[in-house]
Ligand binder design. Structure first.
Ligand SMILES: [Zn+2]
Length: 276
């Protein structure tokens, strides 16, 4: 007689609609197909980004359109619990939007940490996925959500040193970033950001603890990413990358098991789940 695998409660905490997709969309699809329960918390509505096609949204409707796109993307992935904290997108570093009073980065930390901690505790979460401290390419909202989610994790658990809840950072390994940037240069395409700081981009490779093979979920991942229509520019630099390279990169997802400390020794729940 085989024992039924335990059904886990997983929460992804991200800054903007589509942040869940490239780095962890395959893992989410895999978890959903295994019957685990998944909740997505999205802190802002991505309301200051560029609109890829003016027929899809106006600056005034963009927040609502992006919320619908995320709900659709998650439905494709098999996730039906999507919660928005409704903060304003803080914009790229150095932009005017950084100063808006409702921007996520200008909201008192304790308020956001409390909101996240309350949801994590209500759900009795087993696994948390969020941005890594580098924020991938350094977006201020990514870094803020990484820090607030880490604080919420500690707040939720109080002093319980025996917790079974694991916090993972979604990583974009630095070497992957560098490969993409090199390819863009070879193709004569200007990378979209941070072309001068290639040595600061992404997660240092040595911090990655967990590699998840999601090749069987790449089609779902792509279908889900394609729901974020207002963020897809067919002429954008990433769209020009060779398809095999993109598919290859999308087939593997990287994580850093951040907490609890004692899990790092011999208990990596995400690695175990991905090998089932
Ligand atoms: Zn983002």
């Amino acid at each position: 007689m085989t024992t039924k695998p335990e059904k886990l409660r997983i929460v992804g905490v991200f800054a903007h609609p589509d942040d869940e997709g490239f780095g962890s969309g395959g893992t989410l699809a895999m978890m959903a197909s295994h019957g685990h329960s998944i909740t997505i918390i999205c802190a802002t509505n991505g309301d200051v980004g560029e609109i890829s096609d003016p027929n899809l949204a106006t600056p005034e409707t963009l927040a609502d359109v992006r919320k619908s796109e995320l709900r659709r993307a998650m439905s494709v992935t098999g996730i039906h619990d999507v919660r928005f904290l409704d903060y304003r997108d803080s914009g790229m570093e150095g932009s005017q939007d950084n100063n808006h009073p409702n921007a996520l980065i200008n909201t008192e930390s304790a308020i956001v940490i409390n909101q996240i901690a309350t949801i994590l505790a209500d759900i009795n979460t087993d696994i948390i996925l969020t941005h890594d401290p580098s924020g991938g390419y350094g977006h201020p909202d990514h870094k803020t959500i990484s820090s607030h989610t880490t604080s919420a994790y500690h707040k939720m658990l109080g002093h319980d040193a025996t917790t079974k809840c694991a916090l993972y950072y979604v990583c974009f390994p630095r070497s992957d970033f560098q490969k993409v940037w090199e390819t863009l240069y070879e193709l004569g395409i200007k990378p979209p950001f941070a072309s001068e700081n290639l040595n600061d981009l992404g997660t240092p490779d040595e911090l990655v603890t967990t590699i998840v093979d999601v090749k069987h979920y790449v089609n779902t991942k792509i279908e889900s990413l394609n729901c974020h229509k207002t963020q897809i520019d067919p002429k954008g630099p990433f769209e020009q990358l060779p398809e095999t390279m993109l598919r290859d990169m999308m087939s593997t997802e990287h994580y850093q098991l951040a907490y609890p400390e004692y899990y790092k020794i011999d208990h990596d729940i995400l690695r175990k789940l991905s090998s089932i």
